[in-house]
Design a protein. Structure first.
Length: 311
């Protein structure tokens, strides 16, 4: 008998967990025909509500429900890594507890694994219900990533993905501290099938992603899977060095030919401020990469578990 582990990262999802469990059990009845057992692994990412109690209540009536609880909030990336590491099953799938990743797609996803695919990924074809500003910048981010990175990152891609053990082991082999799982999924390669679906509203609770949190996450993705920002900053530096050289020649020629002693203080200060801004911008890009290298060499664990809340 094969086994499927459903990995569910959750933070403050007390209301959504019972709804998710009921829908998941209903939509996975087909697994019995496949001779595949089910394990549901919740990853509590430092919740401050009754999330752990809700999972514990499910465990009391269904021994297939398990929990890994972090000692504090380490982020969804760490939660997904912890779930994949603990899964040790023939198949693993990552799903959000808010039912925005429809369990009804699982049966179709398995049909593609049977056809020889190593993973089946999902993406939203629209962002209905999202704030317009967030939707606009999300689309710009994916477009920018496709230009900057050689890794395949689909517009609207979700973390909802069904994977074979080979695919999971490949993802786990990438142990970097600064993780951007959407990029890692694309980087490891293998044969992947994409499924489109309409955006689904949350079943309960509120999103844990703020606008600025998403901006920070996008910067993580860009610096994790592309060095082109460093190249761009170098090209900007070369351009302004060339421009400065041209301006020096112009000033010297003007002085010799026209004898113009007038100093344009306003324009000079404007140029100085502009160049200083460019320098700080390029230094900031470099600093992002140095900061990532700093965190990597410290070799801290991705997460710590609260053993009394793990079962």
């Amino acid at each position: 008998m094969s086994e499927l582990t459903v990995i569910v990262p959750c933070k403050n999802e007390e209301e959504a967990i019972p709804l998710f469990y009921d829908e998941l059990i209903k939509q996975t009845a087909f697994l019995e025909k496949r001779n595949t057992s089910l394990k549901v692994l919740f990853i509590d990412d430092g919740s401050t509500d009754g999330t752990v109690a809700a999972v514990r209540a499910l465990n009391e009536k269904d021994e297939r429900v398990h929990l890994i609880s972090f000692s504090r909030n380490f982020g969804k990336e760490a939660a997904m890594y912890a779930g994949l590491k603990a899964a040790d099953s023939d198949y693993a799938v990552i799903m959000d507890a808010d039912l925005q990743d429809p369990p009804s797609l699982l049966e179709e996803m398995f049909t593609y694994l049977d056809e020889g695919y190593d993973s089946v990924a999902t993406r939203r074809v629209n962002r209905k219900g999202e704030p317009p500003i967030r939707s606009f910048f999300a689309r710009r981010f994916y477009k920018l990533m496709r230009k900057l990175s050689d890794t395949e990152i689909m517009d609207g891609a979700r973390d909802y993905r069904l994977m074979t053990k080979q695919f999971v082991d490949s993802v786990l082999s990438m142990t970097e501290y600064n993780r951007f799982t959407k990029g890692i999924f694309g980087w490891v390669g293998f044969k992947t099938k994409w499924i489109d679906f309409e955006n689904v509203d949350r079943s309960a609770g509120k999103t844990k992603w703020s606008f600025w949190g998403l901006v920070k996450y996008s910067l993580e993705g860009i610096t994790a899977f592309s060095t082109k920002p460093l190249v761009i900053s170098s090209l900007i530096g070369i351009f302004f060095c060339f421009l400065a050289f041209v301006m020096i020649i112009f000033i010297v020629v003007r002085r010799l030919v026209f004898g113009d002693p007038v100093a344009g203080w306003a324009s000079l200060i404007t140029v100085m401020i502009f160049l200083a801004g460019v320098q700080f911008f390029c230094t900031g890009i470099l600093g992002q990469y140095i900061a990532k290298a700093y965190l990597e060499v410290k070799n801290r664990p991705l997460y710590l578990t609260d053993e009394k809340n793990c079962f």
